[in-house]
Design a protein around this ligand. Structure first.
Ligand code: URQ
Ligand code: ZN
Length: 597
């Protein structure tokens, strides 16, 4: 490629990648000047809404030109991308790097986790600051920042957990939204006695999110049922990983998903369901979507790349390695979730990457409720979605880009800075080799964890080059991650994609009172004896014969030979201040046994 001045530039050819030992984490990146100007030439640019054969010119970390026959200055480094796709860097909406959890820490930290992300074509993660119950949300946010900022190799954002509720929590949500670049808050409906919120706390959190223009997220499982089921299973001697899925079957996830949708809708708050694992929960989301509820659904790589049959593997370690919450579901689920990703009932894919080594999982060797929950995914998400989605003919490359990157950028209000190959967007780009294959294995992956739930899977789709803020961080499959190079990306509230219709919607759905003349009839006295005529009126509505075959007695009272029951279970004496002592035990249709009917 000749630059303007005819000088032949350094040319890199995207070949089938190979994985070699990563550079030490503090390795210096190549010559900065060469990094400053980059041309990706000969590839096919894929955005969520279109594909085009085009070159991409990058300078100072920003995409400056997209098109053909571009004029580029001297000193430009060229990546030959012929036969490759040029896609927006993946955005993983759901990770937990070095999470303190269930008595230990997730083994992939913000360095190993983000280095692995880059290796697989993900250039941004969204992690969670999760305060302990009673802890300040703002302090938790700063603690996560202190962990991540020095280590991340790629850009990141934070969601913040609302793991308890008080007015102070509401005030801190406001501070985080207005001052710290947080626009999404996650409420847990599971993890009873630690992070679980009850319905009134969920309503308060959702109302606050609505006021702030933030997105409410939920972990949707019914924690009370899980606690009861776990107790029962353990009492039956079922202590293995199979008990994990048995304790929280699909309907336990679907119930919480539905409840969250109703609660959020009742306060007009947009809702994001994290980590949809079951087809039942996914169909609940689809039903609410088609009722006009503002709800988005995220699934994860493991949910479409593997399944819950592994809970029953005779090897305890293998089974425990698949324990995550909500759990992996039956083998028919991956196909269903992929279809729903394609048609739009589900919109994003994360990983819930929360990794624990075999010895950490063994904390639950005698009790499945003590197995640290979580699996890998951050490194393999893009290839798994490409293999199970595009290669399987279940989505096209544009939809792949949508569900792995663009939709997340739109929902979390960082579009088109992220999630698009366009002039002005960050140069977070993957030169994607759709034909190359690799075999996923813990023996070769970059992650720190000693297990991979996709072990042995051969996948098409390899990130030959990954560019992160304009710097080549993966070159022919060799990761050149630089710890601390990634940046925190603030997410502002009032995402147009999420809140764009809220004002008109609230106006259209606003309740209105009925204008009517005031009631001017008699009014009974509270808790006093009902005036006799009122009793007669309330007991024997003149217009209704629903309870009686004959009129009142001469004294105007109730004829006790008549049945006072109605099929609805209502009793004619329901309306009088206190019931007569006489109770009829033989309703129409026979003697009651145990209950009324
Ligand atoms: O539940 C989550 O999302 C976090 C706490 C980790 N646990 C898990 O099962 N992934
Ligand atoms: Zn999670």
């Amino acid at each position: 490629m000749d630059g303007d001045n005819g000088v032949v530039e350094e040319v890199l050819v995207a070949r089938t990648s190979r994985r070699t030992e990563a550079e030490p984490w503090n390795a210096q990146s190549p010559d900065n000047s060469a990094q400053n100007r980059l041309l990706i030439k000969g590839g096919r640019v894929v955005n969520d809404d279109m594909m085009q054969d085009a070159d991409v010119y990058i300078e100072d970390g920003i995409i400056k030109q997209v098109g053909l026959n571009l004029h580029t200055p001297g000193g430009t480094k060229v990546i030959e991308a012929k036969g490759h796709l040029v896609i927006p860097g993946g955005i993983d909406t759901h990770t937990h790097m070095q999470l303190p959890f269930m008595g230990t820490f997730a083994v992939d930290d913000f360095y190993t986790g983000t280095r692995a992300a880059l290796a697989g074509g993900t250039t941004m993660i969204m992690d969670f600051a999760l305060p302990d119950r009673g802890e300040s949300l703002v302090e938790a946010y700063h603690r996560w920042r202190s962990w991540a900022d020095p280590k991340v190799c790629c850009d990141y954002a934070l969601h913040v957990g609302v793991t308890w509720w008080s007015d102070k929590v509401g005030r801190e949500m406001q501070e985080l939204t207005e001052e710290h670049g947080v626009n999404s808050f996650k409420m847990f409906m599971a993890y009873k006695d630690t992070w679980q919120l009850n319905d009134s706390e969920l309503l308060a959190s959702f109302k606050t999110c609505k006021q702030l223009g933030a997105l409410a997220q939920v972990h949707a499982e019914n924690g009370d049922i899980i606690k009861e089921n776990s107790r029962k299973l353990l009492s039956l001697g079922i202590t293995g990983p199979e008990g994990h899925e048995m304790s929280r079957p699909e309907e336990v996830e679907a119930e919480a998903t539905n409840r969250a949708c109703v609660l959020a809708n009742q306060v007009g708050c947009p809702l994001y369901i994290c980590k949809v694992m079951g087809a039942s929960a996914a169909s609940v989301i689809g039903e609410h979507l088609r009722r006009g509820v503002l709800v988005w659904g995220e699934t994860i790589a493991a949910a479409v790349g593997t399944d819950g049959s592994h809970h029953y593997n005779p090897c305890w370690q293998h089974a425990a390695a698949h324990v995550t919450s909500p759990p992996l579901r039956d083998p028919s689920t991956p196909d269903k979730l992929l279809r729903l990703l394609d048609v739009g009932d589900l919109q994003t894919t994360g990983t819930d990457n929360c990794t624990f080594s075999a010895s950490q999982k063994a904390l639950g060797k005698d009790d499945f409720t003590k197995i640290p929950n979580g699996v890998n995914g951050v490194e393999d998400r893009m290839s798994v979605l490409w293999e199970k989605g595009v290669v399987a003919g279940k989505m096209d490359p544009c939809r792949f880009v949508a569900v792995t990157s663009t939709n997340a950028a739109k929902i979390f209000n960082i579009y088109p800075k992220k999630g698009r190959i366009a002039v002005g967007s960050d140069a977070d780009i993957v030169v994607w080799n759709p034909h190359a294959t690799r075999v996923i294995s813990a023996k070769t992956h970059y992650q720190a964890v000693d297990f991979n739930v996709f072990e042995g899977m051969e996948v098409h789709g390899v990130a030959d080059y990954v560019i992160c803020r304009g710097r080549v961080v993966v070159e022919e499959g060799n990761v050149r991650a630089v710890s601390g190079m990634g940046k925190f990306v603030p997410k502002l509230p009032h995402s147009q994609h999420v809140y764009g219709r809220i004002e008109e919607r609230d106006r259209a759905n606003a309740p209105h009172k009925v204008e009517r003349a005031a009631y001017d009839g008699p009014v009974a006295s509270l808790n006093g004896p009902a005036p006799s005529s009122a009793v007669e009126d309330s007991i024997i509505p003149a217009s209704s014969q629903e309870f009686y075959t004959r009129g009142p007695t001469r004294s105007g009272g109730v004829n006790l030979h008549d049945s006072s029951f109605h099929v609805s279970g209502a009793q004619v004496t329901d309306k009088s201040p206190k019931r007569p002592s006489v109770k009829v035990n033989n309703p129409p249709g026979g003697k009651a046994s145990g209950s009324f009917w």
